[in-house]
Design a protein around this ligand. Structure first.
Ligand code: CMC
Length: 429
């Protein structure tokens, strides 16, 4: 018997089945042959939240949650964060290889020349209320771009896909910055092609009356690294949304808007905003024990702690902690840092957190850095979305090139009423 197989005995019938094991998994469809009789639909696997279900093979990101390892296309995140730029990382994630100098120059040129928005997009953004959350603006505006580029529907054409990828990476920071300026009632700042991707983003966010905006190189690099750390994280909630919507062959703007919407939730990309709100609510180091007590009683969650995959330290959190020191040298120390450090210290010693393997995740320190840079909490998930866009697009590209992928359509276990007859309204209780 093949040692890479699983023998299943169905105790209802006494029958045995041998199922091949491939890449450490069995095919869920193999379970369908396991039936009580011919009329039986066959066995399903039940997996709410997809905690133990692989929906795809992927070559983009490797995570070993037990060991705290994260690699993009095989390269350790620590090396990429130290040596690469965000656009170089985006190229790597999407195309699977590090670009040579010529390829990188062309890529940077192409992205830079797609940072402008159609003027009607400005009008569209102006339609939002003055206090609209920028993430709501980002999601809707990304979706609206599909109406500006109708050819994006031709998702089987690799050249058309490439162009939309460049547009989405190029335009996301512009939409993000416009959403921010809209919130403040400030005029929009157009892209400056002399600046780097991240330098230009800071320009579009913060330029006031000066003729030329000059980003602080430490903050520019810190934000670039933060984008790198968020660039992909395999089959998380938003990447799955991108793939699910993409699997219906929707255009990439619609799929990316769905991914951004998934990111908006407080358990995903909204967590860094929640961390800041939590630290503000705690307010002082001496209030921490009472707060931890409430967490342990199950009343609230410690935002920025815990991860579905990492059951060791989140390697991104470690890199972010180092960036924090560099940023604070420029901006001055964020007083919330003391609360964060003390919270982390207590949580890492406390049995409740140790037992459940709850460690700081990427969002725990990123918000404190963003705040020190002068960014309001509403922008935090938006920054996450800028960083994650190449990951979503790489996942989408991989999906479309994978002959095994089909429209995503999970099964359910129906546990509702059996057939019953309709009751006219005057006869209902
Ligand atoms: N604070 C307190 N308890 C927690 C926390 C937390 N942050 N996270 C998990 N737990 C407890 C949970 O109550 C449960 O305890 P018990 O077994 O007694 O019921 C146990 O730990 C396992 O939790 P779970 O909800 O089954 O874990 P999950 O894998 O479904 O959830 C998570 C992962 C990230 C949604 C969750 O840890 C959480 O809500 N964290 C806070 C939000 C957060 O920081 N999210 C950002 C994630 S990283 C960025 C990203 O990739 O999006």
């Amino acid at each position: 018997m093949n040692e890479y197989s699983l023998t299943i005995r169905d105790n209802r019938t006494g029958r045995e089945y041998t199922v091949p094991i491939e890449n450490g998994a069995i095919r869920a469809m193999a379970l369908r042959d396991i039936k009580v009789d011919e009329s039986d639909f066959g066995l399903l696997s039940y997996d709410p939240g997809f905690v133990n279900t692989a929906s795809t093979k992927s070559s983009i990101t490797f995570i070993d949650g037990e060991k705290g390892i994260l690699r993009y296309r095989g390269y350790p995140i620590e090396q990429i964060a130290e040596k690469a730029s965000f656009l170089e990382t985006a190229y790597l994630i999407i195309y699977g290889k590090l670009p040579n100098q010529k390829e990188l120059d062309q890529w940077v040129h192409d992205i830079t020349h797609h940072t402008m928005l159609h003027e009607n997009v400005k009008k569209f953004i102006e339609g939002f209320r003055y206090d609209a959350h920028p993430m709501g603006i980002l999601i809707s505006t990304i979706a609206a771009l599909s109406t500006f580029y109708p050819e994006a529907k031709k998702i089987k054409d690799p050249e058309i896909r490439k162009l939309q990828i460049q547009r989405l990476i190029g335009k996301t920071p512009t939409i993000a910055a416009f959403a921010y300026r809209h919130m403040l009632g400030l005029p929009y700042v157009y892209p400056d092609n002399d600046l780097s991707y991240t330098g230009n983003f800071l320009n579009m966010m913060f330029k006031m009356t000066e003729l030329k905006y000059e980003p602080n190189p430490v903050l520019e690099r810190a934000l670039d690294v933060l984008f790198i750390l968020h660039a992909d994280h395999e089959q998380n909630c938003s990447a799955t949304a991108m793939r699910v919507v993409g699997s219906s062959q929707a255009d990439p703007y619609s799929a990316a808007a769905a991914a951004a919407a998934a990111l908006y939730g407080p358990l995903h990309g909204g967590a860094n905003e929640m961390v800041l709100r939590m630290l503000n609510e705690i307010g002082s180091v001496r209030n921490i024990p009472a707060y931890i007590k409430r967490v342990k009683a199950g009343e609230i969650r410690l935002m920025g702690f815990g991860h579905r995959v990492y059951k060791n330290y989140d390697p991104r959190a470690r890199i972010i902690k180092n960036i924090a020191d560099q940023v604070f040298e420029v901006t001055g120390r964020n007083p919330l840092l003391d609360i964060a450090i003390e919270l982390e210290r207590i949580a890492l010693e406390d049995e409740y957190f140790v037992k459940r393997k709850l460690y700081p995740n990427v969002d725990f320190y990123s918000g404190i850095i963003y705040q020190a840079m002068g960014l309001p909490v509403e922008m935090f998930p938006v920054l996450f979305a800028i960083g994650r866009m190449p990951g979503w697009l790489a996942q989408w590209e991989e999906l479309l090139n994978d002959p095994e992928q089909r429209i995503a359509r999970p099964r359910q276990l129906y546990v509702g009423e059996a057939k019953r007859d309709f009751v006219p309204i005057d006869q209902r209780e």
